[in-house]
Design a protein around this ligand. Structure first.
Ligand code: PHE
Length: 457
């Protein structure tokens, strides 16, 4: 164990860290969000731009976050405060902590739906010859039930609290080691089923054959937002996870593994979803309800479908859990480090706050007329939070983190941290160019554009 970290906790092994960080990155973002964002943005061309952003922006920013965390062994606020005391920079960490709590609140709602759908599938709640219209209705009714939505949110946040309470290696790492391999196996099984369906080829063509005439600046904005969200960047989750890494471990290869696994799972999720959609003649641009509305039909039409259905929603629940863990951990680490709260107290108090904050989102799907269509902006509460926090705040956070590491803390310091104990920094020059020039300029450009066009709305 890393001596400096003993009271805070530390990862038991490098492999354990990679799984936990991959667990944070891999979540609803990959399996629920990536396919519908890809569907809405025209398919393969979007996927290619997404890859480019993961490599050119996601990976460099992840290395920056991990090195900030490991250098300071602190939560996001403490990390900035230590490297730039008496400046506004700790506020960037605070933005991250609040963003984490906010994302947890609405993410927990969607995660609750997946848990509910898992239970529904186990209980045989989907009839065998459902049409797309019927399954859309079932979904709409399901999410509109206020007590159920709030109850599932409660259960999910409680599950998250139980794992986080166990601490870094005894809770988060231990569970990641069990849950992540399980997820991978389930995903592969479902993908095999999907690509062998009738008419699977049409889905694969949509997903894999690019048509660049569909690319606009909006596509770029959506690809960047998706990359940051999916890799858990821009709010200090990776600063926090980095703070538990041993000085002996290689940050750069670890970051590369996390990006690789995250992208791999998203790509496989696409291979699972699109053939299934096309085999049912369901339009790919179905929006956020996509997996909930379309997959139950598919499951019902295959032998052992209920088992696959239950398996899929279990998988989504597992993936979501390893992500909500990291969202809660950021806030908990902040309270433990900076305010000397007991871990236990911090976990349950913040779980309670996230739950309360999540109630408006849980009621925003027709559970309450007010939260379903907020006055003035005329949108649902969950959508509002998702756009403000999941898109704008993460983009702003990633921009500020890149600027901080590049120009305030400095490339030289970061290099020193990364090459601790004789570690080799593969791609050092490329990284310093990307983090100083390409990342800030590209993120700022896209951010200004989406602000002006309100593209995320
Ligand atoms: N990366 C997670 C996902 O793809 C979501 C997340 C975002 C988790 C930000 C932590 C921080 O589902």
């Amino acid at each position: 164990m890393n001596a400096r970290n003993t009271e805070r906790g530390a990862w038991g092994s490098r492999f354990g860290f990679i799984l936990a960080a991959a667990g944070s990155a891999i979540g609803l973002g990959n399996i629920w969000r990536f396919p519908y964002v890809t569907g809405n943005n025209g398919g393969a061309a979007f996927v290619i731009i997404y890859f480019a952003f993961v490599i050119l922006i996601g990976l460099p920013v992840m290395i920056a976050e991990l090195s900030l965390g490991r250098r300071t062994a602190r939560n996001p606020v403490g990390a900035f405060a230590q490297l730039a005391p008496r400046s506004f920079w700790p506020a960037v960490g605070m933005l991250g902590v609040l963003t984490g709590l906010g994302i947890l609140s609405y993410y927990g709602v969607i995660a609750g739906w997946t848990l509910g759908y898992f239970l529904k599938a186990v209980c045989g709640g989907f009839s065998a010859d459902m049409s797309y219209i019927q399954s859309s209705e079932i979904f709409a009714q399901f999410v509109a039930d206020p007590l159920q939505a709030v109850g599932l949110l409660f259960v999910f946040i409680a599950l998250t609290g139980i794992v986080v309470k166990g601490g870094v290696s005894g809770g988060i790492e231990r569970w990641a080691k069990i849950l992540m391999p399980l997820l991978f196996v389930l995903l592969l099984l479902l993908t095999l089923r999907s690509v062998t369906l009738e008419n699977a080829a049409a889905g694969l063509t949509f997903y894999l054959k690019p048509d660049f005439s569909k690319v606009t600046v909006n596509t770029l904005g959506n690809a960047l937002g998706q990359a940051l969200f999916s890799l858990s960047l821009g709010m200090g989750a990776m600063i926090t996870y980095g703070s538990y890494i041993s000085k002996r471990d290689n940050l750069v290869t670890s970051a590369a593994y996390v990006c690789l696994f995250d992208t791999l799972i998203a790509v496989i999720a696409g291979l699972m979803i699109f053939p299934a959609l096309f085999s049912q003649n369901i339009p790919p641009a179905g929006g956020p309800g996509l997996v909930f509305e379309t997959l139950p039909i598919l499951f019902n039409q295959m032998p052992g479908g209920m088992l696959f259905g239950a398996g899929f929603f279990l998988l989504l629940t597992v993936a979501a859990l390893t992500s909500t863990i990291s969202l809660l951990e950021v806030v908990v680490a902040y309270l433990v480090d900076e305010w000397k709260w007991k871990r236990n107290t911090a976990v349950w108090m913040m779980a309670l706050v996230a739950f309360a904050l999540g109630i408006p989102s849980a009621l925003s799907q027709n559970g309450s007329a007010f939260f379903t269509r907020l006055p003035i902006i005329h949108m649902g509460f969950l959508d509002l939070f998702n756009i403000l926090l999941g898109n704008y705040s993460l983009t702003l956070g990633a921009l500020l983190i890149a600027l901080f590491v590049a120009f305030r803390w400095g490339i030289h310091q970061a290099n020193q941290e990364i090459t601790q104990m004789g570690q080799i920094f593969y791609g050092k020059t490329a990284w310093s160019i990307l983090i100083r020039f390409l990342c800030p300029i590209a993120i700022l450009g896209i951010f200004v554009y989406i602000l002006l066009t309100r593209n995320y709305f």
